[in-house]
Design a protein around this ligand. Structure first.
Ligand code: NAD
Length: 281
């Protein structure tokens, strides 16, 4: 029997409905969420990302504001703007749109956002709070990946979870989140030896690689395993694929998240879940 599809769009829709109800309830108490998107210069990628953020904000009844600085803005001007937004009590969450122009350092600028307002959660305080099990703004993609694992209904207690990828944005936080769900976690990366053999031991396999479409094959997978594919590889012609070879893996796995339509749609919802938590805090 082919693997059951972990339908990210359906999960996202359910989460969106829950979020909309919660935002509406808070609004009725006079608590209005405001998300600010800060861009330094802008390109097509930023514009289309903002369009989808705005659409989602409107659907949830969240105020969405765009702040734009010129592409040649010096670091001091960006820092000044971030400080202003940090101090503004009407602002619940801030997103610094990436990439920033080459003369700036996006990672160090993102650290200037107050951790409570950094709803993407990629900063030392928010990442560190996962280690301390005091979640606040949890990075959205790994949180979405774990959401899909939970969707499978698998018992996570003592399950063997393998995460391929050790990035700060996806792999490491995904591993910590699974550890907190009582999984026994192995993290693999580009220097790992015997990768297929390690993966074959996984009840849960999360792939966050992004180098080669379809790299993870069916013979890497334990029969019945839950496979969540985070990878996004542009294969041209406006199409994307994941790390997983869907055809061969689907014949072995119990559950598989597709690309597109798996982790991606859920990731967007996680951003707004963080915003909701920031509003409640
Ligand atoms: P990254 O490049 O920072 O990390 C990739 C990781 O893969 C590294 O830790 C590296 O060690 C590992 N790796 C590379 N080649 C490998 C190999 N041959 N064998 C084993 N491990 C190998 O990337 P990232 O930011 O963590 O993103 C990972 C993937 O997830 C990318 O495809 C990215 O586009 C995608 N992504 C998806 C979403 C989403 O919403 N679905 C969000 C963010 C990132």
């Amino acid at each position: 029997m082919p693997a059951k599809i972990l339908d990210g769009k359906a999960v996202a829709k359910r989460i969106k409905d829950q979020l909309a109800a919660e935002f509406a309830a808070l609004k009725a108490q006079g608590k209005l969420a405001k998300l600010v998107s800060l861009a330094v210069g802008s390109d097509d990628g930023t514009n289309s990302y903002r369009k989808s953020q705005l659409k989602q904000a409107e659907a949830l009844g969240v105020a969405y504001a765009m702040e734009d600085l010129r592409a040649d803005a010096p670091e001091s001007a960006v820092v000044e703007k971030i400080n202003m937004l940090n101090a503004d009590k009407s602002v619940t969450g801030i997103i610094l749109q990436m990439p920033v122009p080459k003369h700036l350092n996006g990672e160090s600028l993102a650290k200037r956002i107050a951790p409570a307002k950094n709803i993407e959660g990629i900063d030392p305080v928010n990442l560190g709070s996962i280690v301390m099990k005091q979640y606040r703004n949890v990075p959205c993609t790994p949180r979405a990946a774990v959401e899909l694992v939970i969707e499978s209904g698998i018992d996570l207690n003592g399950a063997n979870a393998v995460v391929i990828g050790r990035s700060t944005i996806v792999g490491k936080p995904a591993a910590l989140l699974l550890l907190d769900k009582n999984c026994t976690v192995t993290i693999c990366h580009s220097k790992s030896k015997n990768l297929p053999a390690i993966c074959r031991n996984a009840d849960i396999l999360v792939t966050a690689i992004g180098t080669e479409a379809g790299m993870v094959k069916g013979d890497w997978v334990k029969p019945g395993a839950v496979v969540v594919d985070v990878g996004i590889i542009d294969i041209g012609g406006g199409k994307i694929r994941g790390d997983v070879d869907a055809e061969s893996v689907s014949a072995v796995a119990g559950f598989l998240s597709p690309v597109p339509g798996g982790v991606g749609p859920v990731t967007v919802q996680m951003l707004y879940r963080n915003l909701l938590d920031a509003l409640k805090a």
